[in-house]
Each structure stands twice: as C-alpha cells, then as structure tokens.
Design a protein around this ligand. Structure first.
Ligand SMILES: C[S@@+](CC[C@H](N)C(=O)[O-])C[C@H]1O[C@@H](n2cnc3c(N)ncnc32)[C@H](O)[C@@H]1O
Length: 140
C-alpha cells in the first residue's frame, strides 16, 4: 500500500521502520508531483491531519482548518489511484458542507466518523471518502 502523509515543519525526508516520512509544505504547487515521484506512482490513501496554529478565535480556526482540508482534498485528486481513499480531520460547522459536496462528487462513498478517542466536547470528526472516481489525467 502506498500512502502520502507529511508535515511542513521541515523540508526533507526520513526513513523510520517501514515508513518513509516526507517533510513538505502540501500547499506548494509541486507537492503532488513530488509525492508521485517519491512513491513511484499514485497513492492508495491520502490522510490529512493538517491544522493551522490555533488563533483562539473559533470561527477563524474553523475557516483555516477547512481551507487546509480542501487543499488536502485537491492534493488527493492529483495523487490518488482510482478507487483510493481520502481521510481528513475536519471541524463541524460553516465551511464543512462545501468539502462534503466536493468529496461526494469525486468519491463513491463519503462517511463521517467520530472515534471514541476524540473528545465529545470537540467539534472535530473525520471524513472518510472511499472509491476515488479518478482524475481526468489519471495515466501519470
Ligand atoms: C494537529 S498537527 C498534526 C500532528 C500529527 N498528526 C502528529 O501526530 O504529529 C497539525 C500539523 O499540520 C501541519 N501543517 C499545517 N499546514 C501544513 C502544510 N501546508 N503542509 C504540511 N503540513 C502542514 C503542521 O505543521 C502540524 O504539524
């Protein structure tokens, strides 16, 4: 299985156990091509836990995290194999509906999951989109 994950804290790569970690800004224009080169093909899963540093202002934090989720979804559209899976942590609220709509257009199934490990008073949940329909240029 090939999976893409990462952090922008530092740019670089590291090998740990069976995992290959890549430190990369996923908003960079060439992030999708870099990941496909590193994987030697497309990913089976894209999982995002990206979040901006908390400002303490609830609405601002919601908008920022949802913007990162949408960017992660577009990254997934560029990187995923047809039939692939996208998982992202989202915050329930205003901008969430747009992401759900986008994912429903591109995946056969979209589920929202609140695991037991997630605090009940937190608005976080996980969106799990399976069965990627494939991008128009899915040959590369
Ligand atoms: C909630 S933390 C995730 C922690 C991580 N799952 C872990 O267990 O270490 C959010 C992370 O998103 C990363 N992040 C925010 N914007 C990013 C971007 N544009 N590209 C890559 N990582 C980003 C931050 O650097 C931060 O480490």
């Amino acid at each position: 299985m090939q999976a893409a994950t990462g952090d922008k804290g530092a740019i670089g790569a590291a090998q740990s156990g069976g995992a290959h970690q890549i430190m990369q800004d996923f908003l960079a224009d060439d992030a999708d091509d870099l990941v496909k080169t590193w994987l030697g093909g497309r990913a089976d899963v894209v999982m995002s836990d990206m979040a901006a540093a908390a400002s303490g202002h609830k609405q601002t934090d919601h908008i920022r995290i949802m913007a990162l989720c949408e960017a992660a979804a577009h990254f997934a559209f560029d990187v995923l194999e047809e039939g692939g899976t996208f998982v992202a942590k989202v915050l329930a609220g205003g901008a969430e509906g747009d992401l759900q709509k986008l994912l429903k257009q591109n995946f056969t199934k979209v589920a929202n999951v609140k695991p037991a490990a997630s605090r009940a008073d937190s608005s976080e949940k996980f969106v799990v989109a399976t069965g990627f329909r494939g991008s128009v240029d899915n040959e590369s």
